[in-house]
Ligand binder design. Structure first.
Ligand SMILES: Cc1cc2nc3c(=O)[nH]c(=O)nc-3n(C[C@H](O)[C@H](O)[C@H](O)COP(=O)(O)OP(=O)(O)OC[C@H]3O[C@@H](n4cnc5c(N)ncnc54)[C@H](O)[C@@H]3O)c2cc1C
Length: 400
């Protein structure tokens, strides 16, 4: 049940966390546990009461039921309040946030964690004719349509990890359906040759046809058009080609990058508004090897680090720089197969990889871990403060 934003004494420091996804929940549980003080109020705003397991949306899209993970139930007793609602504006000058266009919430410190969504605007026809994996309702609608399809054709656009996982899952759950994966790059292009070959063989075994080097230029109700005038017939199109972020940060006057993500300093504070921390997919966070790309793997540590920094600042101490090194790329290939590419901190592939049953177990362990981690952190915050810092890969040459 949503909790109203109650009146607080004037000397209370209000921390408002926008978004209760992988990063926002990490920040909320950490911060609540580290600031059990009467003069600090932590409030989390999220569109849904139920936590969206984005990592598993391809399972929802194929009719598999996921656990009911209730955000307010997890936060109950931690000291953090939950407000269910849609953030419609941030006023960085007045330090207020508008929710559902009607309520106004004030903050002293803001944590911006609104994530990203599939970019459905880049190619004509996507918005009107394609499905995407952004939330449970869209994924459930796709599952219903797939269940009624029979021996039809599905085109999954985007040969990145989301597209691969979705194509494999659909092919496994609906063997009567013809599944085609269309994208620019080879599936598993960022993996080492062994992992890539394993992934391709698994897609072949599942009957997924792969078209690479292809740019989709339009989605029609019955097909996708490729550059060069070729078309691929499709009863259903699932679009996984790229992500975009909400325009709220840019509209608020925060410094954003060319993709609209909040540009942060090394401590994850907005470079233009230091009372705003930005984490997860919504933030442009630079490391020695480049700007983090959106993953849960890096998103959760950004949430923990922001919370630790805010707790330090409230005690009058300076925040420390955030450092993170990637360590793996786990990819499911249906429910019975998977491949895990171990990586260097800059996300380039190492020689080591897991395949088959071990990889299935590994991937499931990773996907299932966030919720128990939040629960544990809300009691024992230091338990969530471990992740690879990336060594020489994450030392900034020109630290801000
Ligand atoms: C199908 C799929 C599979 C993936 N698999 C993996 C994987 O295996 N490994 C991996 O590391 N990453 C994976 N990712 C990427 C990963 O899900 C994201 O990087 C991660 O969710 C980012 O976390 P976040 O907290 O920044 O954003 P999110 O998890 O998206 O959370 C943002 C939250 O903010 C809420 N919100 C957004 N706008 C508003 C608003 N205006 N008002 C109120 N609430 C709002 C959303 O409802 C959501 O609850 C996958 C993504 C997809 C789509």
């Amino acid at each position: 049940m949503s909790t109203a934003h109650r009146q607080v004494p004037a000397d209370t420091h209000r921390v408002l966390i926008l978004g209760a996804g992988y990063a926002g929940m990490a920040a909320a549980t950490q911060l609540a546990a580290r600031t059990r003080r009467a003069d600090v109020q932590v409030t989390v705003v999220n569109a849904q009461e139920r936590f969206t397991e984005r990592l598993r949306l391809h399972m929802t899209a194929t009719g598999q039921r996921l656990a009911e993970l209730d955000i307010s139930e997890l936060l109950a007793g931690t000291g953090a309040q939950f407000v269910r609602g849609w953030v419609t504006a941030v006023d960085a000058h007045a330090k207020t946030v508008r929710v559902d266009d009607s309520r106004v919430l004030r903050y002293d410190t803001l944590v911006y964690a609104l994530g990203s969504v599939t970019d459905t605007a880049a190619v004509p026809g996507v918005e009107e004719h394609a499905y995407s994996l952004d939330g449970p309702s869209g994924a459930t609608t796709l599952a219903d349509r797939l269940a009624r399809l029979g021996a039809g054709t599905v085109v999954v656009v985007g040969s990145g990890l989301t597209g691969i996982e979705a194509a494999a899952e659909i092919a496994e759950r609906h063997p009567e359906v013809g599944v085609t994966l269309v994208g620019q790059q080879d599936p598993g292009a960022s993996m080492n040759p062994k992992a890539r070959a394993y992934l391709r063989a698994a897609l072949t075994r599942l009957g997924v046809q792969v078209i690479t080097g292809a740019a989709v230029t339009r989605v029609r109700p019955d097909a996708v058009e490729l550059a060069g005038a070729e078309t691929v017939a499709a009863d259903i199109v699932l679009w996984t080609g790229g992500t975009r972020v909400a325009p709220l940060a840019a509209a608020a006057g925060l410094t954003v990058d060319e993709r609209g993500r909040v540009v942060t300093d090394s401590a994850l504070r907005s470079v233009s508004h230091p009372e705003v921390y930005a984490i997860g997919d919504a933030a442009a966070i630079r490391q020695g090897y480049g700007v983090l790309h959106g993953t849960c793997q890096s998103g959760m540590p950004t949430g923990v680090h922001a919370a630790v920094s805010i707790a330090r600042a409230l005690r009058g101490r300076q925040p420390r720089p955030f450092r993170f090194g990637y360590y793996h790329t786990p990819v499911s290939l249906g429910r019975n197969d998977a491949v895990v590419q171990f990586t260097r901190p800059d996300d380039s592939p190492r020689r080591g990889c897991l395949t088959g049953r071990m990889a299935v177990w590994y991937k499931e362990t990773v996907s299932a871990s966030p919720w128990p981690t939040y629960r544990r952190m809300s009691r024992l915050p230091s338990s969530g403060a471990f992740w690879p810092r990336g060594g020489r890969f994450t030392r900034l040459r020109d630290a801000r």
